[in-house]
Design a protein around this ligand. Sequence first.
Ligand code: G6P
Ligand code: MN
Length: 448
Amino acid sequence: MKLTILGGGGFRVPLVYGALLGDHAEGRVSRVALYDTDADRLAAVARVLAEQARGVHDAPAVVPTGDLDEALRGADFVFSAIRVGGLAGRAADERVALDEGVLGQETVGAGGIAFGLRTVPVAVGLARRIARLAPQAWVINFTNPAGLVTEAMSRHLGDRVIGICDSPVGLGRRIARVLGADPGRAWIDYVGLNHLGWVRGLRVDGRDELPRLLADPALLGSFEEGRLFGADWLRSLGAIPNEYLHYYYFNREAVRAYQEAGQTRGAFLRDQQEGFYARMKDPAAPALLTWDRTRAEREATYMAENRDVAGAGEREESDLESGGYEQVALALMRALARDERASLILDVRNRGTLPVLDGDAVIEVPCLVDANGAHPVAVDPLPYHAVGLVTAVKAVERAVLEAADTGSRSAAVRAFALHPLVDSVSVARRLVDGYTRVHPGLAYLDRP
Ligand code: G6P
Ligand code: MN
């Protein structure tokens, strides 16, 4: 099996390769093409992978390349993990939004829209190329904002593109753990959009254990989302939201904390990763060790401002080791390639799963996966408060897709203005002006 990674010089590629190294079964990935537009980043990551592969007799061969067509030809799987505009772009997305007093997170609010507007045209170009050169390949999209980007790609790849995110898996695992349930056997009733979903139940042997969690403040205080949202709010909601909903439910506090922070998340990661890639130019630097230290620091500081706002304290040891991101990807590939039926929470087209959205809308939902693809399972309807957010944000995503498709500036303004976390059409207009000023990649928004 050949796996092609688009964004092969990306910082999280060693996580994926590490998971592949642990797979020795028949039909595993034996070749990895790493494609990136930046040769230095590619060389740095290739060094880390080479150290990871030491002593593993059947390690997948790694071929770094700057030639997209060569990378795609013969691919069975394509991972798309690109970052248009790099982390400097992410930092700019945050800054422009915060200066307008709104959230600039890379997937939520104004920042997510700006990132989407920059990323969708590139992702669509890649999808078209994949459809031509590797029409049989399964495409796994990690690129954020993952739901929106997956939907953009699905217009060219249909159900061959599947989006993934590790947040729901991490949430399900944490809830199962505090309830003393085996995460592998529990059924997590989760649904929404990417970074906008809720756990409404956790069934073990046919019994819903979530009410027991919601009734117990001590249990609620013993895991990340419980501390982030607080026992009272979770009880009142009757569900456990994805951690990214903290940006909605505590928006004012989150915006203030990010404005007051010395550095935004994007600026912190930009500097941190510049340091890593610069270090990798020294042939004497230990690649894997340097990478792992950088990764650990990134994990430890994840959503730090949100945790500060909530007084949630440090992250837990078990949340710091990875295992979400790459394990979902590996489980998905195994299920598709070997017909090993698995149930995974994925970003796929709705079909009829959530009746408030049309069939082509990409949603995040538990799916049964086999060699024929990812099949969303039937779920209970969303409560009205969730319907409100999900449909509002889907309308925003559709406006982003329209703007990316047509270059329409008014569609871009509409995308910002309709977002529940942007509080004025005037702000939306200034955001479009601000973003087009700082991002050359938005020059295509040149139509009224
Ligand atoms: C979570 C999210 C991902 C995100 C990652 C890293 O796992 O689900 O979408 O890419 O965190 O976030 P960071 O702020 O470190 O880039
Ligand atoms: Mn995610």
